[in-house]
Write a protein that binds this ligand. Structure first.
Ligand code: HEM
Length: 213
């Protein structure tokens, strides 16, 4: 088995652990007095962690020269979307029982929910166009442009978290710090590459292995 396949299997299993833990706790009465809050917080945390993990792949593969790592990025991104779906579903189903009136009242009272919702909506086109077929259809450059929306998801996800926290800002600020490093890396690389290749025409890109975000 090659290392990409093995890494993919390990990531797949690791990404299911938070869900399995929640399931286990739910079955054994371990979710405490407010299970919906625990599920909302856990799925929100994991959505943000996986968005940041997706953004880590490009710098990691370049710094370590392990270029094959790009092959795991799509899977991590799709897991971010999956946990985002669970987070959203927990809110609209378990918390609000699909009661639109309740939701609008809540959104008016807690505007950070709109920010979280926007972060989630931006993940939808990314999940839908994550296949090689879509890269071909859109063209590498356009696909890459579209997938830069993940930067906004990260930024909005961190704002959502900072906004909702009432007292201890340490954890959201840690996420903000990691996100800032990941975005700074892109800005530096962009400046360096624009200077270096100012007059070299861009190569067509057609596969996820050849695309960066
Ligand atoms: C789909 C729309 C979303 C809704 C309706 C939503 C709603 C919520 C709510 C109600 C909470 C709990 C607030 C509280 O306890 O006072 C929460 C927490 C959180 N959400 Fe969201 N959210 C959404 C999308 C997102 C997205 C896309 C991300 C990440 C990119 C995210 C990350 C978080 C984080 C990190 C927390 C806090 C977890 C913790 O306390 O450990 N949310 N969200």
């Amino acid at each position: 088995m090659n290392r990409l396949r093995l890494t993919k299997i390990l990531i797949f299993l690791a990404a299911l652990i938070p869900l399995a833990r929640l399931g286990w706790k739910a079955l054994h009465g371990g979710l405490g007095a407010n299970p919906i809050e625990v599920i909302t917080h856990s799925t929100g945390d994991w959505t943000l962690i996986l968005v940041l993990a997706t953004l880590t792949i490009t710098p990691l593969r370049r710094v370590t020269r392990q270029y094959w790592l790009i092959g795991v990025r799509r899977m991590i991104g799709l897991f971010a979307f999956f946990y985002g779906m669970l987070h959203f579903t927990t809110y609209i189903w378990l918390d609000k029982f699909f009661d639109l009136h309740e939701m609008f009242k809540d959104i008016a009272k807690r505007p950070f929910i709109t920010v979280g919702f926007s972060a989630f909506v931006l993940l939808i086109p990314l999940a839908l166009t994550s296949t090689t077929g879509w890269i071909r259809r859109l063209g590498g450059k356009n696909w890459q442009r579209l997938h830069r929306l993940i930067y906004m998801t990260g930024i909005l996800g961190v704002i959502h978290y900072i906004w909702l926290v009432k007292a201890d800002l340490r954890k959201p600020l840690e996420y903000a710090f990691v996100l800032s490093l990941l975005l700074l890396y892109r800005i530096v690389m962009w400046v360096v590459e624009t200077r270096k290749h100012a007059d070299v025409p861009a190569r067509p890109r057609t596969s996820p292995e050849a695309t960066e975000a």
